[in-house]
Ligand binder design. Structure first.
Ligand SMILES: [Zn+2]
Length: 430
Protein backbone atom coordinates (compact mmCIF):
# COMPACT_ATOMS: atom_id res chain seq x y z
CA UNK A 1 0.00 0.00 0.00
CA UNK A 2 1.24 3.51 -0.84
CA UNK A 3 1.65 6.06 1.93
CA UNK A 4 1.08 9.77 1.37
CA UNK A 5 2.43 11.98 4.15
CA UNK A 6 0.69 15.33 3.86
CA UNK A 7 1.66 18.81 4.96
CA UNK A 8 4.70 18.14 7.13
CA UNK A 9 7.90 20.13 7.30
CA UNK A 10 10.24 17.90 5.34
CA UNK A 11 13.83 18.17 6.53
CA UNK A 12 16.34 16.09 4.59
CA UNK A 13 19.90 17.25 5.30
CA UNK A 14 21.23 14.96 2.54
CA UNK A 15 19.10 16.63 -0.11
CA UNK A 16 19.33 20.12 1.40
CA UNK A 17 15.55 20.13 1.83
CA UNK A 18 13.68 22.11 4.48
CA UNK A 19 10.21 22.91 3.20
CA UNK A 20 6.53 22.22 3.74
CA UNK A 21 5.65 19.44 1.34
CA UNK A 22 4.10 16.04 0.84
CA UNK A 23 5.94 12.75 0.59
CA UNK A 24 4.65 9.84 -1.45
CA UNK A 25 6.00 6.41 -0.56
CA UNK A 26 5.44 3.63 -3.06
CA UNK A 27 7.10 0.25 -3.55
CA UNK A 28 9.24 0.68 -0.42
CA UNK A 29 10.82 3.80 -1.88
CA UNK A 30 10.48 7.57 -1.67
CA UNK A 31 8.47 8.01 -4.85
CA UNK A 32 7.77 11.76 -4.93
CA UNK A 33 8.37 14.91 -2.89
CA UNK A 34 6.38 18.05 -3.61
CA UNK A 35 3.46 20.32 -2.86
CA UNK A 36 -0.10 19.01 -3.07
CA UNK A 37 0.83 15.55 -4.32
CA UNK A 38 -1.96 13.39 -5.64
CA UNK A 39 -2.47 9.78 -4.71
CA UNK A 40 -0.89 7.44 -7.21
CA UNK A 41 -3.26 4.56 -6.67
CA UNK A 42 -6.60 3.96 -4.94
CA UNK A 43 -6.29 2.76 -1.35
CA UNK A 44 -3.35 5.03 -0.56
CA UNK A 45 -3.01 5.59 3.17
CA UNK A 46 -3.00 9.30 3.99
CA UNK A 47 -1.01 10.50 6.97
CA UNK A 48 -1.74 14.05 8.14
CA UNK A 49 1.55 15.54 9.29
CA UNK A 50 0.83 19.24 9.63
CA UNK A 51 2.79 20.64 12.55
CA UNK A 52 5.14 17.66 12.30
CA UNK A 53 8.64 17.25 10.95
CA UNK A 54 9.17 14.53 8.36
CA UNK A 55 12.78 13.38 8.18
CA UNK A 56 14.89 10.41 7.16
CA UNK A 57 14.72 7.66 9.78
CA UNK A 58 17.29 8.14 12.51
CA UNK A 59 20.51 6.13 12.53
CA UNK A 60 22.20 5.03 15.75
CA UNK A 61 25.74 3.97 15.06
CA UNK A 62 26.46 2.87 18.63
CA UNK A 63 24.17 0.43 20.45
CA UNK A 64 24.66 -2.69 22.55
CA UNK A 65 21.84 -5.08 21.73
CA UNK A 66 23.29 -7.91 23.86
CA UNK A 67 22.34 -10.82 21.59
CA UNK A 68 23.88 -13.38 21.48
CA UNK A 69 24.77 -14.26 25.04
CA UNK A 70 23.08 -11.66 27.23
CA UNK A 71 19.44 -12.12 26.23
CA UNK A 72 18.37 -11.40 29.82
CA UNK A 73 19.47 -7.77 29.19
CA UNK A 74 18.22 -7.29 25.62
CA UNK A 75 17.46 -9.22 22.47
CA UNK A 76 17.42 -8.11 18.86
CA UNK A 77 13.61 -8.21 19.16
CA UNK A 78 13.37 -5.87 22.15
CA UNK A 79 16.31 -3.71 21.09
CA UNK A 80 15.03 -3.11 17.57
CA UNK A 81 11.52 -2.44 18.94
CA UNK A 82 13.03 0.15 21.28
CA UNK A 83 14.83 1.63 18.30
CA UNK A 84 11.70 2.27 16.24
CA UNK A 85 9.89 3.72 19.26
CA UNK A 86 12.75 6.19 19.45
CA UNK A 87 12.50 7.07 15.74
CA UNK A 88 15.53 5.01 14.69
CA UNK A 89 15.28 3.02 11.48
CA UNK A 90 18.90 1.82 11.44
CA UNK A 91 21.06 0.61 14.31
CA UNK A 92 24.70 -0.43 14.33
CA UNK A 93 25.39 -2.93 17.10
CA UNK A 94 28.63 -3.34 19.00
CA UNK A 95 30.40 -6.72 19.05
CA UNK A 96 30.83 -7.21 22.81
CA UNK A 97 28.38 -10.09 22.92
CA UNK A 98 29.00 -13.70 23.99
CA UNK A 99 30.43 -15.04 21.79
CA UNK A 100 32.06 -11.84 20.61
CA UNK A 101 31.25 -10.83 17.04
CA UNK A 102 34.76 -11.42 15.75
CA UNK A 103 33.83 -13.85 12.96
CA UNK A 104 31.41 -14.11 10.03
CA UNK A 105 29.19 -16.73 11.69
CA UNK A 106 28.03 -14.21 14.29
CA UNK A 107 27.61 -11.42 11.73
CA UNK A 108 25.50 -13.73 9.52
CA UNK A 109 23.42 -14.72 12.54
CA UNK A 110 22.78 -11.09 13.55
CA UNK A 111 21.78 -10.05 10.05
CA UNK A 112 19.39 -12.97 9.52
CA UNK A 113 17.87 -12.67 13.01
CA UNK A 114 17.29 -8.93 12.49
CA UNK A 115 15.54 -9.67 9.20
CA UNK A 116 13.16 -11.99 11.07
CA UNK A 117 12.48 -9.29 13.66
CA UNK A 118 11.78 -6.83 10.86
CA UNK A 119 11.77 -3.56 12.83
CA UNK A 120 14.81 -1.32 12.33
CA UNK A 121 17.68 -2.28 10.02
CA UNK A 122 20.68 -3.77 11.74
CA UNK A 123 24.30 -3.09 10.80
CA UNK A 124 26.74 -5.25 12.77
CA UNK A 125 30.08 -3.85 13.89
CA UNK A 126 32.85 -6.42 14.06
CA UNK A 127 35.49 -6.71 16.73
CA UNK A 128 38.96 -5.30 16.16
CA UNK A 129 40.68 -8.11 18.05
CA UNK A 130 39.77 -11.74 18.59
CA UNK A 131 37.54 -12.10 21.64
CA UNK A 132 38.11 -8.37 22.35
CA UNK A 133 41.36 -9.57 23.82
CA UNK A 134 43.37 -6.64 22.51
CA UNK A 135 45.96 -8.90 20.87
CA UNK A 136 45.36 -10.69 17.58
CA UNK A 137 43.26 -9.00 14.94
CA UNK A 138 39.84 -10.48 14.14
CA UNK A 139 38.95 -11.69 10.63
CA UNK A 140 38.38 -8.17 9.35
CA UNK A 141 38.16 -8.94 5.61
CA UNK A 142 35.85 -11.93 6.02
CA UNK A 143 33.76 -9.91 8.42
CA UNK A 144 33.44 -7.13 5.88
CA UNK A 145 32.23 -9.62 3.29
CA UNK A 146 29.70 -10.95 5.78
CA UNK A 147 28.29 -7.45 6.30
CA UNK A 148 30.08 -5.59 9.06
CA UNK A 149 30.22 -1.83 8.57
CA UNK A 150 33.04 -0.93 10.99
CA UNK A 151 35.31 -2.49 13.58
CA UNK A 152 35.48 -1.68 17.27
CA UNK A 153 36.44 -3.26 20.59
CA UNK A 154 34.01 -0.84 22.25
CA UNK A 155 33.69 -1.34 25.97
CA UNK A 156 37.42 -1.87 25.93
CA UNK A 157 40.18 0.22 24.44
CA UNK A 158 42.87 -1.30 22.24
CA UNK A 159 45.76 -0.58 24.58
CA UNK A 160 48.47 -1.87 22.24
CA UNK A 161 49.28 0.94 19.81
CA UNK A 162 50.85 -1.40 17.25
CA UNK A 163 47.66 -3.49 17.15
CA UNK A 164 45.62 -0.29 16.72
CA UNK A 165 47.89 0.79 13.87
CA UNK A 166 47.39 -2.51 12.06
CA UNK A 167 43.64 -2.37 12.71
CA UNK A 168 43.49 1.04 11.03
CA UNK A 169 45.56 -0.24 8.10
CA UNK A 170 43.38 -3.31 7.56
CA UNK A 171 40.07 -1.52 8.03
CA UNK A 172 41.30 1.17 5.65
CA UNK A 173 41.93 -1.46 2.97
CA UNK A 174 38.24 -2.40 3.19
CA UNK A 175 37.02 1.18 3.39
CA UNK A 176 35.76 0.74 6.93
CA UNK A 177 36.29 3.10 9.86
CA UNK A 178 37.72 1.99 13.18
CA UNK A 179 35.51 3.08 16.06
CA UNK A 180 37.65 3.80 19.08
CA UNK A 181 36.61 3.61 22.71
CA UNK A 182 39.28 5.99 24.02
CA UNK A 183 40.34 5.07 27.53
CA UNK A 184 43.76 4.52 29.02
CA UNK A 185 43.06 1.69 31.42
CA UNK A 186 46.06 2.51 33.59
CA UNK A 187 44.73 6.02 34.16
CA UNK A 188 41.08 5.05 34.54
CA UNK A 189 41.63 1.90 36.60
CA UNK A 190 39.10 1.54 39.38
CA UNK A 191 37.44 4.89 38.68
CA UNK A 192 33.64 5.02 38.80
CA UNK A 193 32.94 8.68 37.97
CA UNK A 194 34.57 11.88 36.68
CA UNK A 195 37.63 12.92 38.66
CA UNK A 196 36.90 16.36 40.07
CA UNK A 197 35.37 18.22 43.00
CA UNK A 198 32.30 16.03 43.14
CA UNK A 199 34.25 12.76 43.23
CA UNK A 200 36.40 14.16 46.03
CA UNK A 201 33.34 15.23 47.99
CA UNK A 202 31.61 11.89 47.50
CA UNK A 203 34.75 9.90 48.23
CA UNK A 204 34.47 7.98 44.95
CA UNK A 205 37.47 7.15 42.78
CA UNK A 206 37.53 9.34 39.73
CA UNK A 207 38.54 8.91 36.09
CA UNK A 208 40.55 11.92 34.90
CA UNK A 209 39.69 13.42 31.51
CA UNK A 210 43.31 12.65 30.59
CA UNK A 211 42.39 8.95 30.46
CA UNK A 212 40.34 9.79 27.38
CA UNK A 213 42.53 12.56 25.96
CA UNK A 214 45.76 10.56 25.78
CA UNK A 215 44.01 7.86 23.77
CA UNK A 216 42.28 10.39 21.49
CA UNK A 217 45.73 11.90 20.85
CA UNK A 218 47.26 8.51 20.14
CA UNK A 219 44.49 7.43 17.80
CA UNK A 220 44.59 10.73 15.91
CA UNK A 221 48.33 10.25 15.43
CA UNK A 222 47.70 6.71 14.15
CA UNK A 223 44.93 7.90 11.85
CA UNK A 224 47.36 10.45 10.43
CA UNK A 225 50.09 7.84 10.06
CA UNK A 226 47.85 5.31 8.28
CA UNK A 227 45.56 7.70 6.39
CA UNK A 228 42.66 5.52 7.52
CA UNK A 229 39.32 6.61 8.91
CA UNK A 230 38.89 6.89 12.64
CA UNK A 231 35.63 7.41 14.50
CA UNK A 232 35.88 8.46 18.14
CA UNK A 233 33.06 7.01 20.23
CA UNK A 234 31.29 8.88 23.05
CA UNK A 235 33.39 12.05 23.38
CA UNK A 236 33.01 13.18 26.98
CA UNK A 237 35.39 16.06 27.63
CA UNK A 238 36.61 19.44 26.43
CA UNK A 239 40.14 18.20 25.74
CA UNK A 240 38.89 15.60 23.25
CA UNK A 241 36.76 18.16 21.43
CA UNK A 242 39.80 20.43 21.13
CA UNK A 243 42.05 17.59 19.85
CA UNK A 244 39.51 16.46 17.26
CA UNK A 245 38.98 20.03 16.05
CA UNK A 246 42.73 20.49 15.55
CA UNK A 247 43.01 17.12 13.78
CA UNK A 248 40.27 18.06 11.35
CA UNK A 249 42.05 21.29 10.56
CA UNK A 250 45.11 19.21 9.71
CA UNK A 251 43.05 17.06 7.37
CA UNK A 252 43.08 13.88 9.47
CA UNK A 253 40.14 11.64 8.57
CA UNK A 254 38.27 11.61 11.85
CA UNK A 255 34.60 11.69 12.83
CA UNK A 256 33.20 11.66 16.33
CA UNK A 257 30.04 11.16 18.32
CA UNK A 258 28.53 12.34 21.58
CA UNK A 259 25.76 10.63 23.55
CA UNK A 260 22.65 12.43 24.80
CA UNK A 261 23.68 11.78 28.40
CA UNK A 262 27.03 13.46 27.89
CA UNK A 263 25.45 16.67 26.59
CA UNK A 264 22.62 16.58 29.14
CA UNK A 265 24.12 15.60 32.50
CA UNK A 266 27.18 16.52 34.52
CA UNK A 267 28.94 14.78 37.40
CA UNK A 268 26.54 16.67 39.70
CA UNK A 269 23.99 13.98 38.75
CA UNK A 270 26.08 11.41 40.63
CA UNK A 271 25.40 13.13 43.99
CA UNK A 272 22.30 11.03 44.60
CA UNK A 273 24.36 7.85 44.05
CA UNK A 274 21.87 6.68 41.43
CA UNK A 275 23.67 3.74 39.75
CA UNK A 276 21.96 4.74 36.50
CA UNK A 277 24.32 7.70 36.31
CA UNK A 278 27.31 5.35 36.26
CA UNK A 279 28.50 5.24 32.69
CA UNK A 280 31.77 4.86 30.82
CA UNK A 281 33.13 7.39 29.97
CA UNK A 282 31.71 9.13 33.04
CA UNK A 283 29.46 12.18 33.15
CA UNK A 284 31.87 15.12 33.15
CA UNK A 285 31.90 18.72 34.36
CA UNK A 286 29.72 21.61 33.24
CA UNK A 287 32.73 23.02 31.42
CA UNK A 288 33.06 19.79 29.43
CA UNK A 289 29.37 19.91 28.51
CA UNK A 290 29.82 23.49 27.25
CA UNK A 291 32.76 22.39 25.09
CA UNK A 292 30.69 19.53 23.70
CA UNK A 293 27.90 21.97 22.83
CA UNK A 294 30.48 24.13 21.02
CA UNK A 295 31.77 21.04 19.22
CA UNK A 296 28.25 20.13 18.13
CA UNK A 297 27.65 23.68 16.95
CA UNK A 298 30.82 24.09 14.88
CA UNK A 299 30.66 20.57 13.41
CA UNK A 300 33.64 19.10 15.26
CA UNK A 301 31.22 16.48 16.60
CA UNK A 302 29.05 15.44 13.69
CA UNK A 303 27.17 12.46 15.16
CA UNK A 304 24.79 11.90 18.07
CA UNK A 305 24.78 8.22 19.11
CA UNK A 306 23.09 6.52 22.05
CA UNK A 307 25.62 4.03 23.46
CA UNK A 308 22.43 2.18 24.45
CA UNK A 309 23.63 -0.24 27.13
CA UNK A 310 20.83 -2.22 28.79
CA UNK A 311 21.53 -4.06 32.03
CA UNK A 312 19.25 -6.02 34.33
CA UNK A 313 18.63 -5.06 37.95
CA UNK A 314 21.08 -7.64 39.26
CA UNK A 315 23.90 -5.62 37.72
CA UNK A 316 22.51 -2.13 38.20
CA UNK A 317 20.62 -2.14 41.51
CA UNK A 318 23.81 -2.22 43.57
CA UNK A 319 26.06 0.13 45.47
CA UNK A 320 27.55 2.75 43.16
CA UNK A 321 31.01 1.21 43.16
CA UNK A 322 29.62 -2.26 42.34
CA UNK A 323 27.05 -1.38 39.67
CA UNK A 324 27.71 -2.01 35.97
CA UNK A 325 28.53 0.89 33.65
CA UNK A 326 25.94 1.99 31.11
CA UNK A 327 22.42 3.23 30.51
CA UNK A 328 19.70 2.66 27.93
CA UNK A 329 19.22 5.37 25.34
CA UNK A 330 17.27 4.37 22.25
CA UNK A 331 13.90 5.58 23.56
CA UNK A 332 15.10 8.88 25.04
CA UNK A 333 17.77 10.03 22.57
CA UNK A 334 15.54 12.03 20.23
CA UNK A 335 13.61 13.65 23.10
CA UNK A 336 16.82 14.66 24.86
CA UNK A 337 18.38 15.95 21.64
CA UNK A 338 15.32 18.06 20.80
CA UNK A 339 14.84 19.25 24.35
CA UNK A 340 18.46 20.06 25.18
CA UNK A 341 19.91 21.09 21.81
CA UNK A 342 17.06 22.37 19.65
CA UNK A 343 14.81 23.99 22.24
CA UNK A 344 17.78 25.60 23.97
CA UNK A 345 18.92 27.13 20.68
CA UNK A 346 22.20 25.22 20.34
CA UNK A 347 21.32 23.53 17.03
CA UNK A 348 18.69 24.19 14.38
CA UNK A 349 16.43 21.30 13.44
CA UNK A 350 18.31 20.63 10.16
CA UNK A 351 21.65 20.68 12.03
CA UNK A 352 20.32 18.37 14.73
CA UNK A 353 18.76 15.94 12.26
CA UNK A 354 21.96 15.80 10.19
CA UNK A 355 23.73 14.44 13.28
CA UNK A 356 21.13 11.69 13.55
CA UNK A 357 20.74 10.82 9.85
CA UNK A 358 23.15 11.98 7.16
CA UNK A 359 26.31 12.17 9.27
CA UNK A 360 26.15 8.71 10.88
CA UNK A 361 25.32 7.28 7.43
CA UNK A 362 28.44 8.94 6.04
CA UNK A 363 30.61 7.86 8.96
CA UNK A 364 29.71 4.20 8.32
CA UNK A 365 29.17 4.41 4.51
CA UNK A 366 25.55 3.31 4.93
CA UNK A 367 23.00 3.48 2.16
CA UNK A 368 20.55 5.20 4.52
CA UNK A 369 19.78 8.54 6.10
CA UNK A 370 18.33 10.34 3.09
CA UNK A 371 14.92 11.06 1.60
CA UNK A 372 15.82 11.78 -1.99
CA UNK A 373 13.48 10.33 -4.63
CA UNK A 374 14.34 6.67 -5.15
CA UNK A 375 15.84 6.24 -1.67
CA UNK A 376 14.63 3.46 0.61
CA UNK A 377 11.56 4.66 2.46
CA UNK A 378 12.96 4.87 5.99
CA UNK A 379 11.22 7.86 7.53
CA UNK A 380 10.50 9.33 10.94
CA UNK A 381 7.67 11.75 11.64
CA UNK A 382 8.35 13.70 14.77
CA UNK A 383 6.59 16.34 16.79
CA UNK A 384 9.25 18.76 18.00
CA UNK A 385 6.84 20.46 20.43
CA UNK A 386 5.14 17.46 22.03
CA UNK A 387 5.75 17.26 25.78
CA UNK A 388 6.00 13.83 27.33
CA UNK A 389 7.25 12.19 30.48
CA UNK A 390 9.91 9.48 30.34
CA UNK A 391 8.51 6.29 31.87
CA UNK A 392 11.17 3.64 32.23
CA UNK A 393 8.53 1.02 32.98
CA UNK A 394 7.05 1.55 29.53
CA UNK A 395 10.33 1.05 27.65
CA UNK A 396 10.30 -1.58 24.92
CA UNK A 397 13.91 -2.23 25.82
CA UNK A 398 14.43 -4.82 28.53
CA UNK A 399 16.73 -2.32 30.22
CA UNK A 400 15.23 0.02 32.82
CA UNK A 401 18.58 1.62 33.59
CA UNK A 402 17.89 5.24 32.72
CA UNK A 403 18.60 8.29 34.87
CA UNK A 404 15.92 10.12 32.88
CA UNK A 405 12.96 8.21 34.34
CA UNK A 406 10.33 10.82 35.26
CA UNK A 407 11.90 13.62 33.20
CA UNK A 408 9.60 15.82 31.17
CA UNK A 409 10.94 16.28 27.62
CA UNK A 410 9.79 18.34 24.66
CA UNK A 411 9.84 16.56 21.30
CA UNK A 412 9.19 12.95 20.32
CA UNK A 413 8.89 10.49 17.45
CA UNK A 414 5.28 9.99 16.39
CA UNK A 415 5.66 7.50 13.53
CA UNK A 416 8.50 5.37 12.20
CA UNK A 417 8.48 3.87 8.72
CA UNK A 418 11.01 1.25 7.56
CA UNK A 419 11.03 0.02 3.98
CA UNK A 420 7.71 1.75 3.39
CA UNK A 421 6.05 -0.08 6.30
CA UNK A 422 4.74 1.65 9.42
CA UNK A 423 6.60 -0.03 12.30
CA UNK A 424 5.69 2.48 15.04
CA UNK A 425 2.71 4.79 15.34
CA UNK A 426 1.81 7.00 18.30
CA UNK A 427 -1.62 7.71 16.85
CA UNK A 428 -0.81 9.67 13.70
CA UNK A 429 -2.20 7.14 11.22
CA UNK A 430 -5.90 7.27 10.36
ZN1 LIG B 1 32.58 2.59 24.72
Amino acid sequence: MDLLIRGGRVIDPAGGIDDLMDVLIADDRISRLGKNLAERAPGTRIIQASGMVVAPGLIDLHAHLREPGFEHKETLQTGLEAAVVGGFTSVACMPNTDPVNDNPAITHYLISRARQVGKARLFPIGAITQGLGGGRLAEIGEQREAGTVAISDDGRPVMNSEVMRRALEYAGMFGMPVISHCEDLNLSGGGVMHEGWVSTELGLKGVPTAAEEVMVSRDLALAELTGSRLHIAHVSCAGSVHLIRQAKEKGIRVTSEVTPHHFTLTDEAVRGFDPNTKVNPPLRSAEDVRAIEEGLKDGTIEVIATDHAPHDLAEKDLEYTQAAFGMVGLETALGLALDRLYHRGILSLPQLLAKLTLNPARALNLDAGKMTVGAKADVVILDPERRWRVDGNAFRSKGRNSPFHGWQLRGMAMMTIVDGQIVMDQGLGI
